[in-house]
Design a protein around this ligand. Structure first.
Ligand code: HEC
Ligand code: HEC
Ligand code: HEC
Ligand code: HEC
Ligand code: HEC
Ligand code: HEC
Length: 266
C-alpha cells in the first residue's frame, strides 16, 4: 500500500516538474535566467519594454529579508504593482536605484524619470530591457567563477557561498530598515516525509534565518507557533506553497530532492 502511495506521489511530482498546467512542456530555465522576474503591469501599456529583474545579481548583495520585508516586495511576480512614481519617490526599486544610494562606494544607477524619456533611454533600458542582453550572461559566468557549484537552479550553492563568506549579503539599510532585537533561533529539526522509503527532511532554522530573518516565513507561510501545526504535502510544495514559495523559483529548485530529503532511511 505504502509503495503504491509513493509511486503515485512520485508520478504526480514528476508530472509537475515536466509540465505546466495545461500539459505544455515546461522549459528548464538556464542557470543565468533562474530566479529572473519579468514585471509588466504598466510598461508595455506605456510603450516601454517590460522590466527584467534578476535575483542572482541582487541576492549576492542583499538578503531576501531586506527586500521582501523592509522594502516590502511581494514574493510573486507582478504582485507588488510597482509604478514609476513609487520608484521616483524612493520606494521599491527606487530605495536603491535613486542616483544617491551607493553600493561599495559606487552610485547605483537611478530608476524611472518621467521628465526625460529620450535622453535617458540607455538608462531606462537597463531595466526596461528591450531584448535579451548577452552581457548579462557573460556577467553571470564571470560571477560564478570560484563559487561552490551545484547541479540545479543558478548552479551555485548559495548556502555554501554565504557560509564561506564568499558573498556577504547586506541585511540593513540606513533609513529603510529598523534595528531589531534578534530572536533566539530554533534548533534544526526533522520533518517527516510520512511515506515509507522516502528520507525525512532536515530543516535548518539557522541557515534560513541568515537569508530570511523570521518574518518572510512567519506567520504568512508557516504559522510556526508549534511544529506540526501546518499540514501540507509535496504536492502543495510543487504548487508553490510552503517551502515551494521560495524553492522552485529563487532558492534551489525542487528537482534537487536529495537536498531536502537528507535523513537516512532506517
Ligand atoms: C533587491 C531586492 C530583492 C532581493 C535581495 C530578493 N528579492 Fe525576491 N523579489 C524581488 C522583486 C522585485 C520581486 C518581484 C516582485 C513583483 O514583481 O511584484 C521578487 C520576487 C520573488 C519571488 C517570486 C518569483 C516568481 O517567479 O514569482 C520569490 C519566490 C522571491 N522573490 C524570493 C526571494 C528569495 C528567497 C530571496 C533571497 C535568496 C530574494 N527573493 C531576494 C526583490 C528581491
Ligand atoms: C536593496 C537595493 C536594491 C533594490 C531594492 C533594487 N536594486 Fe537593482 N541593483 C542594486 C545594486 C547595488 C546593483 C548593482 C550596481 C549597479 O549596477 O549600479 C543593481 C543592479 C541592477 C541592474 C543591473 C544588473 C542586472 O541585474 O542586470 C538591474 C537591471 C536592476 N538592478 C534592476 C532592479 C529593479 C528592476 C529593481 C526593482 C524591481 C531593483 N533593481 C531593485 C541594488 C538594488
Ligand atoms: C532600476 C530599474 C528601472 C529603471 C532604470 C527605469 N525603470 Fe521605469 N519602471 C521600473 C519598474 C520596476 C516599473 C514597473 C513595471 C511594470 O509593472 O510594468 C517601471 C515602470 C515604468 C513606467 C510605467 C508607467 C508608470 O507610471 O508606472 C514608466 C512610464 C517608466 N517606468 C518610465 C521609465 C523611464 C522613462 C526610465 C528612464 C529614465 C525608467 N523608467 C527607468 C523600473 C525601472
Ligand atoms: C524558511 C522559513 C522559516 C524561517 C525564515 C523561520 N522559520 Fe520558524 N519555522 C519554520 C517551519 C517550516 C517550522 C515548522 C512549522 C510546522 O511544522 O508547522 C517553524 C517552526 C517554528 C517554531 C515552532 C518550533 C517548535 O518546535 O514547535 C518557532 C518558535 C519558530 N519557528 C520561530 C522562528 C523564529 C524566531 C525565526 C527567526 C529567528 C524563524 N522561526 C524563522 C520555517 C521558518
Ligand atoms: C522564504 C523562502 C524560503 C522558504 C519558505 C524555504 N526556504 Fe529553504 N532556503 C531558502 C534559501 C534562500 C536558501 C539558501 C540556498 C538557496 O538559495 O539555494 C535555502 C536553503 C535550504 C536548504 C539548504 C541549507 C541546509 O539547510 O542545508 C534546505 C535543505 C532547505 N532550504 C529546505 C527547506 C524546506 C524543507 C522548507 C520548508 C519547510 C524551506 N526550505 C522553505 C529559502 C526558503
Ligand atoms: C525544498 C525542500 C524539498 C525538496 C527539494 C523536495 N521535497 Fe519532498 N517533501 C518536503 C517536505 C517538507 C515534505 C513533508 C511535508 C509534510 O510535512 O508532510 C516532503 C514530502 C515528500 C513526500 C511524502 C508525501 C507527501 O506528499 O508529502 C514525498 C513522496 C516527496 N516529498 C517526494 C519528493 C521528490 C520526489 C522530490 C524531488 C523531485 C522532493 N520531494 C523534493 C520537502 C522537499
Amino acid at each position: 500500500m505504502k509503495s503504491i502511495v509513493l509511486t503515485v506521489v512520485l508520478l504526480l511530482c514528476a508530472n509537475s516538474l515536466l509540465f505546466a498546467a495545461g500539459g505544455v512542456k515546461k522549459k528548464r530555465p538556464r542557470a543565468y535566467d533562474y530566479g529572473q522576474v519579468i514585471i509588466d503591469n504598466f510598461s508595455t501599456s506605456s510603450g516601454l519594454s517590460p522590466v527584467t529583474f534578476d535575483h542572482w545579481t541582487h541576492r549576492s548583495k542583499y538578503t531576501c529579508r531586506l527586500c521582501h520585508v523592509d522594502i516590502a516586495f511581494e514574493m510573486q511576480a507582478g504582485a507588488t504593482e510597482i509604478t514609476a512614481a513609487d520608484n521616483m519617490q524612493d520606494y521599491y526599486c527606487g530605495t536603491c536605484h535613486n542616483g544617491k544610494t551607493r553600493y561599495q562606494n559606487q552610485l547605483i544607477f537611478a530608476a524611472c524619470d518621467l521628465t526625460q524619456k529620450k535622453s535617458a533611454a540607455a538608462r531606462c533600458q537597463r531595466c526596461h530591457l528591450p531584448a535579451k542582453d548577452p552581457q548579462r550572461k557573460r556577467d553571470f559566468y564571470a560571477f560564478i567563477k570560484g563559487l561552490p557549484a551545484e547541479r540545479f537552479g543558478n548552479k551555485i550553492n548559495w548556502d555554501k557561498a554565504e557560509t564561506a563568506g564568499l558573498i556577504k549579503p547586506i541585511d540593513y539599510l540606513e533609513g529603510v530598515s529598523v534595528k531589531q532585537e534578534s530572536l533566539p533561533v530554533q534548533d534544526d529539526f526533522a520533518l517527516q516525509a510520512k511515506v515509507k522509503g522516502m528520507p525525512n527532511i532536515i530543516f535548518s532554522h539557522k541557515k534560513h534565518v541568515d537569508w530570511n530573518g523570521c518574518e518572510t516565513c512567519h506567520p504568512e507561510i508557516f504559522v510556526g507557533v508549534k511544529r506540526g501545526s501546518t499540514t501540507y504535502s509535496m504536492i502543495d510544495i510543487f504548487n508553490r506553497k510552503y517551502c515551494g514559495v521560495c524553492h522552485g523559483s529563487v532558492a534551489f529548485p525542487l528537482r534537487g530532492c536529495q537536498r531536502c530529503h537528507t535523513e537516512k532511511v532506517q
